[in-house]
Design a protein around this ligand. Structure first.
Ligand SMILES: O=P(O)(O)O[C@H]1O[C@H](CO)[C@@H](O)[C@H]1O
Ligand code: HPA
Length: 295
């Protein structure tokens, strides 16, 4: 079990107040960059950035491919904040810490959260380099009690028992698919179910077979806790997985997943993911809060 060392409302507020005092940017959209996808922040104009180590209360990134900077700026005139680097449970952080920035974003006035990640493809139709719009997730750590909402509920953020049906906004998913067509990359684009596992090891073959049989399309070691915390506090959520590797599901397959090639695939698709996210931000209805319609 995780220790229930919760973070108080005042601590989130203190970090949000500090950031407000340091920048004039007032973001409406927050973007979390997945492994190898830090270049999403490069598209921001009028940038102002802060090293995580300089932000009171922020954890620091320890994983290669996560620069550890919070970047404020604009995408096509829309105010955004971008996490160049996220926090994972396997780094030793509690789920309260890994999701700390999400509540800070809420207090900063953010309305929409865009989460991105690198993930292994399990579905037969997914190839390395494909983009999977996340339709739903399976939060494996949550199923055994590791949940960022464990402990006393903070009613100022949201209800004790928040629904997760419809947590990936349907309108944004449709818009992203349309944008993919217009960018000429619809051949790369899919919709599917992401599963979070604890990591840091990649899956054994038996685990991969199990996940596949359960209907999981892509697997990674992040995202679900951020989405749960965002949904709890009323943020609209969009998520995408870059399929950076095929998960090995056969004893005859001599391939194996490795972090370096995952970073390389991020590099390869960086421009496409950047264009997709930029267009999504510029075309989304910025005042629309979560629609929470079931899938
Ligand atoms: O989920 P993100 O942060 O994109 O990273 C994914 O890639 C890393 C493994 O290479 C793991 O951290 C996994 O979760
Ligand atoms: O194959 C994978 N498994 C788990 N996490 C991952 N993150 C990128 N690829 C993978």
């Amino acid at each position: 079990m995780q220790s229930i060392e919760q973070i108080s409302h005042d601590e989130y507020q203190m970090t949000a107040d500090w950031l407000r005092s340091q920048t004039k940017h007032r973001p409406q959209v927050a973007i979390i960059c997945g492994t190898g996808l830090g270049m999403l922040a490069d598209a921001l104009q009028h940038q102002e950035s802060f090293a995580y180590s300089d932000i009171p209360g922020f954890p620091v990134s320890t994983v290669q491919g996560h620069a550890g900077r919070l970047v404020f700026g604009e995408l096509k005139g829309r105010a955004c904040v971008c996490m160049q680097g996220r926090f994972h449970m396997y780094e030793g952080y509690s789920l309260f810490k890994t999701t700390f920035p999400v509540r800070v974003f809420k207090l900063l006035g953010v309305k929409t959260l865009i989460v991105t990640n690198a993930a292994g493809g399990l579905a037969d139709g997914l190839k390395t380099g494909d983009i999977m719009i996340i339709k739903d997730h399976v939060n494996f750590p949550g199923l055994v009690g590791l949940n960022p909402l464990s402990g006393p509920n903070d009613d100022k953020f949201g209800p004790r028992f928040p629904p997760m049906s419809g947590c990936y906004d349907k309108d944004l998913r449709c818009l992203a698919m349309d944008i993919g067509k217009q960018l000429g990359v619809s051949g790369l684009m899919h919709e599917g179910v992401y599963a979070m596992v604890g990591g840091p090891n990649f899956e054994s073959i038996a685990e991969a077979k199990l996940l596949h049989r359960l209907g999981v399309d892509a697997v990674g070691m992040s995202t679900a806790p951020e989405v749960i915390v965002a949904t709890h506090c009323g943020l609209r959520v969009f998520g995408l997985s870059l399929i950076t590797n095929k998960v090995v599901k056969s004893y005859e397959d001599l391939d194996s997943a490795n972090h370096d090639s995952i970073l390389e695939v991020g590099q390869l698709r960086s421009q496409t993911v950047q264009q997709l996210v930029t267009e999504l931000v510029s075309r989304m209805d910025i005042n629309n809060t979560t629609t929470n319609t079931a899938i």
